[in-house]
Design a protein around this ligand. Structure first.
Ligand code: ATP
Length: 437
């Protein structure tokens, strides 16, 4: 990356970070104590947006599918799970340490490594040999010493495998079928950074799809899910030109995968993964000693697994980056209304006129029954538009003196800044139609 490009890029990330804090999307974790590296808190706008992303994912990957069921497994599992899954041995990153200042880096984070080398220009041979570093986060459980060592899950995936038999026995599922899950995962990352991109606590949304052990069928399923996942990001507004697949080279492939590809986004800090599509073969079910019996044919076999594993936090970060728009003086988040934190903002033109206030409160309460609506009566209308633009609220409704006479309001569109007059009685239908688009 040349220096100019890097400065521009850093500019965008700084702007997003500052907007995320200013408008209540993302705060530094434990900020009043100086923060805690790799941990983030979501504010009022952030949690709405994150919930919308998860809702959209669940609708697309579970509710609209005929053969996918969901689970919600525990974060802490019997440590045997991690032994069998290979995570205690192989869930590692290569760590190098600077001999001059003892800072630690992932050996494969080329940008950070070369950046750091610039700070010790006159020194030679500053790196220690790479050591493997396990990413699992240890926890101690129990009341008597020695306490039992366990782990916060490093991926949510194993929950689907250890419940494979429970799901088959308690549901009318037949191969091929999928188990879906959204939940927190924890990794003791060496170099957390780029806002929430690499955190130590994050959320994943995953589908484990079980198919017959067949090269042809599993390859077809793999290709199907690749396209399906890309389409989902595009349907929620990500610029298709900023999406690409990056196949894993055989020597860099995860310990559990036969082959794998990453869906990447062109972030200001370079092309970066936000979802992995993995062919896990029979690796996991075999390790856990689980098989499947076809009740019709009596055939027993170990299914193969195709996995789509996305990060909720990375998806949200990339949605924010992609939606960030500067247009002259105006800054707005051009978020797809389905994921924007609030759908509508309602304002009285003047906050000190009781008749405007009361009418606007009625409109607000009516809309609130169907949409996520926000109220604002501070400052002037221009400032309120400015704030809602930065939050990404697609429509602002203003109740003015004309509203008192003819029961209409002004609806202002975030992306075009154009305004139209709509009858209050038609407002719900008006927004409903636009949200369906
Ligand atoms: P990376 O190579 O960036 O470390 P990974 O290949 O180890 O990621 P996976 O194990 O495939 O990631 O996890 C699936 C998804 O979980 C990733 O695509 C990403 O969206 C999310 N994810 C993984 N690690 C983190 C993290 N430290 N912070 C935020 N999201 C993460």
């Amino acid at each position: 990356m040349d220096i100019d490009k890097q400065n521009v890029s850093l500019g965008v990330m700084e702007k997003i970070t500052s907007l995320a804090k200013r408008r209540g999307f993302i705060f530094q974790g434990s900020e009043i104590y100086g923060g805690y590296q790799g941990f983030w808190d979501y504010g009022p706008a952030g949690v709405e947006m994150k919930n919308n992303i998860k809702k959209e994912w669940w609708k697309y990957m579970v509710s609209e599918q005929e053969n996918v069921v969901g689970i919600d497994a525990a974060i802490i599992m019997n440590p045997k799970v991690w032994e069998k899954s290979g995570h205690l041995k192989a869930f590692t990153d290569p760590l190098v340490e600077c001999k001059v200042c003892n800072k630690r880096f992932r050996e494969d984070s080329e940008d950070s490594i070369s950046e750091h080398e610039k700070t010790h220009k006159d020194e030679k041979d500053i790196w220690t040999k790479a050591k493997t570093f396990n990413l699992m986060t240890e926890v101690l459980l129990g009341t008597t010493e020695p306490k039992e060592k366990s782990y916060l899950r490093g991926e949510i995936t194993q929950g689907a495998f250890v419940n494979f038999k429970n799901v088959v026995d308690s549901n009318r599922v037949k191969i091929p079928f999928g188990i879906a899950q959204i939940g927190k995962a924890f990794r003791n990352e060496i170099t957390p950074g780029n806002l929430t991109f690499r955190s130590r606590e994050f959320e994943q949304m995953e589908l484990e799809y079980f198919v017959k052990p067949s090269d042809g069928e599993s390859k077809e399923t793999f290709e199907y899910f690749k396209e399906m996942r890309k389409k989902w990001y595009e349907s929620l507004g990500i610029d298709p030109k900023k999406l690409r697949f990056h196949d894993h080279e055989p020597d860099k492939i995860a310990h559990y995968a036969r082959y794998a590809t990453d869906l990447e986004y062109e972030a200001p800090f370079g092309w970066s993964e936000f979802e992995g599509i993995h062919h896990r073969g029979d690796y996991d079910l075999k390790n856990h000693g689980l098989t499947y019996k076809d009740n019709l044919t009596g055939e027993e076999f170990t299914p193969w697994v195709i996995e789509t594993s996305g990060g909720v936090d990375r998806a949200m970060l990339f949605f924010l980056i992609d939606a960030y728009t500067e247009d002259g003086e105006r800054v707005y988040l051009k978020l797809n209304p389905r994921i924007s934190p609030y759908k509508v903002a309602v304002f009285p033109l003047l906050a000190n006129k009781p008749e405007l206030l009361s009418k606007a409160r009625d409109v607000y309460k009516d809309l609130k029954a169907n949409f996520n609506v926000v109220w604002d009566d501070r400052g002037n209308i221009g400032k309120r538009y400015f704030a809602q633009d930065e939050i990404g609220t697609p429509w602002c409704v203003t109740v003015d003196f004309e509203s008192l006479d003819d029961n209409t309001v002004t609806v202002r569109d975030r992306d075009t800044a154009s305004q139209e007059r709509i009858a209050i009685d038609n407002l719900s239908e008006y927004f409903q139609n636009r949200l369906r688009k």
